[in-house]
Design a protein around this ligand. Structure first.
Ligand code: ARG
Ligand code: ZN
Length: 883
């Protein structure tokens, strides 16, 4: 059942035009599909194979003639036409489905009374028999018929070309999408919805109608999504010259949705939590995610829809690129440095472990059992890093040239990652033979850089060594191109001007337009590569891998003193933050081993003072301060230990948090007091930065678990006028067990029990708690009326939230693992995609001690032995076991 990239074959039959008719009903829905089929020259004698799952075939006709037994067969979720005509013909297929019983939330399903679809990657085959693959692109026309009272709004892709009434209280609408598209971009929505309407005038003067649909009660929460959409449309014109191509753009918010959102042509469908926001119910981070994802799906219109993927192995072609684009959009809307920091944290806590574990795969995977399992942080976030490296190497203008060439070559096509690479490099006249390895080699490269200064000759040398580690199925790796952005700081913290570097073979001119640069981008292409800077008149402190110029693990010989110096002075804000993190990681790892040896714990004074000066530096962005004062997370530390020790990690980190809170008490209190505000909520950067600093300070103070600090948090909770402040105060209080916690949690629930998205935060907060023995509470919450295992958001909040507590999920008695095993088994029958995302939490099981390994293994075995297990869960669980 495994599918391989190397077996790709172009389709022998093209689909030119598709007409779909949906008769939506409460018991059954029928789908009539009429397809103009164009056999290609290599189609002679080839059978035509259509994909189909959970469908009841009503009839099948070719050129109006009903097919007889023997002319087709249905085996293994395929309908095979054994000898189709070799000249163009019309294929007509009628099927019956039951969307109301579809709990997998792919294909056509019902969510709180409305019909909606999710077809990517392979959900269209649950609607009708089709060549469900992205390189088959057709023009779709869709007619929808439904009861008018229950489903007043009928939507599909493209333009509304006809609508009207039918008998028996029914009505219809016909939509036509003028752009050819693969089936995964098809969408249909029918329900009782209202819309917020607005417009956008494109750069060439086209007026586009924008509509965001929700159930009536939620419409007031769509203002931020609409502003974000307009900003995204403008940004894509400004930065890439890309304009929207239809007169209508629709977004629908649905409460039951497996993923974040889907870029269906002109009918984006979103998980409600990525559309709905009001100051009272959504946090700053929700506002930021909405802006980012609205942008992401909109940007797909060009990077994904106009130019799509040849096959699913190329997923990063559209996702890596579109994530890169949404990251840049968010950076331009808010703070560039803070956004970069957040993205790198995400990469480190999720992607690096994936790259080092049993599910490791290249940005372009070589094989899969279930494609849904490859919508991963590797394909998305590491893929975005690969795209970012083009820009780092070619410059912003060079990157834009590459994008322009990509669209001029491939508009309307289904293409591969090589096509993108060729456009980038051809447009700039460069060749980098080691670059494509980023698409084919898995694993996070380790880059070791040591430096030496030659005082006599005024040279400064960086010795770089790269190791790409062996990963599942890829024992041997080749060295690949690593762009290393470097600055050299003089003793007063200024960047030295850089003009020339010698790389062992030749001298490289670093100047841009004749001027020396502050940051040089070195191209490391060999396993060992040395770079010598000339005319360096004093011993500098190197700032390495500025702005995280490549997705690697960096080891250096930079001393603690140098790190403190960088934390105080680096002009590269990302590296200023990184210096503090590197020091933090060192200190934490040292404390962890002291915990394990039963030694006394003390905190490095210089580190505390370094953080104190950041905290009180009025010139710094407040969100940057928040990030700089936040310690590396427990999950990141798991990754850095030979044998991960959850209890020691938790003990050491908690110790540092409380020590910092003690030592910086005065400054933290000051940060809380100085950053309160009585102004109306404003989600823009300066305001959210202020709140983030205040709330971070509050969480630190409350960690002390003293009556006075708890009281401060309770006061902040009561004074809060928006969800950001209210929820942060709740989280601060809930760190410590005691009556304040119980009280606050119950007040919060009473206040918000009718707002499902807020209740999900309440579930997640409790689930992620480090309070000893919290597994019990999580089990109880599974039975709470606020939980519903059929709703993915609830599962991600409660079960996904639980993984965030390293001590409780990895409890020594195995109770956390058992809980996850139970949930996965129950979920697998309902929704394999969600079950498989949950079972992935086991994939790091080898990182722990033998007892924990045995307990995790027991659950994985219990799962793989299950009768009727989905391919989704089977793939993750069996690969985890095999590692
Ligand atoms: N293309 C969607 C996005 O914008 C995600 C679709 C996810 N589908 C899936 N089966 N995992 O990223
Ligand atoms: Zn996407």
């Amino acid at each position: 059942k495994e599918i391989f990239l190397k077996n790709y074959k172009a389709p022998a039959f093209l689909f030119d035009e598709v007409h779909l008719t949906f008769i939506l009903g409460e018991q059954t829905t029928t789908v009539l599909s009429t397809i103009k089929v164009l056999p290609s020259s290599n189609a002679a004698k080839a059978p035509l194979t259509l994909d189909g799952e959970d469908l009841k075939l009503l009839h099948i006709k070719i050129d109006d003639r009903q097919l007889e037994i023997g002319e087709f067969e249905i085996v293994n979720r395929k309908l095979v036409l054994t000898s189709p005509p070799s000249t163009p013909f019309v294929l007509e297929i009628s099927t019956e489905i039951q969307p109301q019983n579809n709990t997998s939330l792919e294909g056509l399903y019902k969510s709180t009374g409305m019909f909606c679809t999710q077809c990517e990657a392979e959900g269209f085959r649950k609607i009708t028999y089709y060549q469900d693959r992205p390189d088959v692109m057709a023009k779709f026309t869709t007619r929808i018929e439904a009861n008018k009272e229950l489903y007043p709004v009928l939507l599909s892709n493209g333009n509304l070309i006809d609508q009207g009434g039918l008998e028996d209280g029914r009505h219809y609408a016909v939509w036509e999408d003028p752009f050819k598209k693969p089936s995964y971009l098809f969408a249909l929505v029918a329900g009782q919805l209202v819309s917020r309407d607005d417009t956008f005038t494109t750069m060439s003067g086209r007026e586009v109608v924008l509509r965001i649909y929700t159930p009536a009660g939620d419409i007031s929460k769509t203002a931020h999504a609409m502003t974000s959409l307009q900003a995204a449309m403008k940004w894509d014109e400004d930065v890439y010259g890309l304009e929207y191509d239809l007169d209508l753009f629709n977004i629908v918010a649905v409460p039951d949705f497996n993923m974040g959102a889907m870029e269906n042509k002109s009918l984006n469908i979103f998980n409600s939590k990525l559309v709905l926001a009001s100051p009272e119910t959504a946090t700053d981070s929700d506002y930021a995610s909405i802006e980012g994802v609205i942008g992401h799906e909109y940007f797909h219109n060009w990077t994904g829809n106009r130019v799509t993927c040849r096959d699913w192995f190329q997923l990063s072609l559209k996702e890596g690129l579109t994530v890169f684009r949404d990251q840049e959009f968010s950076s331009d809307m808010g703070s560039r440095a803070v956004k970069r920091i957040a993205d790198v944290i995400r990469l480190r806590i999720s992607q690096f472990p994936q790259d080092a574990g049993p599910m490791s795969h290249p940005v372009r995977p070589h094989s899969y059992i279930k494609m849904d399992n490859f919508y991963t942080v590797t394909v998305y976030e590491k893929g975005a890093e690969v795209v970012r490296m083009y820009q780092t190497l070619l410059g912003k203008q060079g990157f834009r040239k590459g994008m322009d060439l990509y669209f001029s070559r491939h508009d309307g096509q289904a293409v591969t990652c090589e096509d993108f690479l060729s456009a980038m490099f051809d447009a700039n006249n460069v060749k980098i033979p080691t670059f494509p390895l980023w698409y084919s080699q898995a694993g996070t490269p380790t880059l070791t850089v040591t430096s030496s200064y030659d005082a006599e000759n005024h040279t400064f040398t960086l010795k770089c060594r790269q190791i790409v580690p062996p990963t599942a199925g890829q024992p041997d790796k080749k060295p690949m191109l690593i762009p290393l952005a470097v600055g050299l700081l003089n003793s007063s913290g200024q960047d030295l001007p850089l003009s020339l570097v010698y790389d062992g073979e030749s001298s490289i001119d670093l100047k841009v337009d004749g001027n020396p640069v502050k940051t040089a981008v070195l191209r490391i292409e060999k396993a060992e590569h040395e770079f010598t800077f000339k005319d360096v008149t004093e011993k500098p402190v190197p700032s390495l891998l500025r702005n995280f110029s490549a997705p690697v693990r960096l080891n250096t010989d930079v001393t603690d003193d140098d790190l403190l110096f960088l934390l105080a002075h680096d002009s590269d804000e990302f590296n200023r933050w990184e210096a503090g993190q590197t020091l933090g990681r060192k200190i934490l790892l040292d404390l962890i081993s002291r915990v394990q040896r039963g030694e006394e714990l003390t905190l490095n004074e210089a580190y505390v003072e370094g953080l104190r000066s950041v905290l009180t530096d009025q010139s710094l962005d407040k969100d940057f301060i928040t990030k700089a004062i936040t310690l590396p997370g427990e999950s990141e530390l798991i990754d850095l230990m030979k044998v991960a020790d959850p209890v020691a990690i938790h003990t050491a980190r908690r110790f540092v948090v409380r020590q910092l809170a003690q030592s910086l008490r005065k400054e933290l209190k000051q940060a809380v007091e100085a950053n309160r505000s009585s102004e109306a909520y404003d989600p823009s950067h300066p305001h959210r930065a202020r709140r983030s600093l205040k709330n971070m300070a509050l969480v630190y103070l409350a960690s002390l678990d003293e009556p006075e600090t708890t009281e401060l948090a309770v006061q902040e909770y009561k004074a809060a006028t928006n969800m950001t402040d209210q929820f942060a105060a709740l989280a601060a209080i809930a760190q410590n067990s005691g009556s304040a916690r119980t009280q606050a949690l119950s007040d919060f629930y009473d206040q918000w029990k009718h707002e499902t998205l807020v209740v999900n935060k309440w579930l997640a907060l409790q689930a992620a708690s480090d309070i000893p023995g919290n597994v019990r509470n999580v089990r109880d919450l599974l039975d709470h009326p606020a939980f519903d295992i059929c709703n993915p958001n609830k599962v991600y909040s409660l079960i996904g939230g639980f993984f965030a507590s390293v001590v409780n999920f990895h409890a020594k008695d195995g109770s956390g693992y058992e809980l996850l095993g139970d949930v996965v088994i129950q979920l697998d029958k309902l929704n394999p995609q969600v079950a498989s995302r949950m079972v992935s939490a086991f994939s790091r099981w080898r990182r722990f001690d033998e007892e924990r390994q045995a307990l995790a293994k027991e659950q994985l075995e219990r799962i793989t032995k299950l009768e009727g297990l989905s391919d989704n869960v089977f793939e993750i669980a069996s690969k985890s076991l095999a590692s």
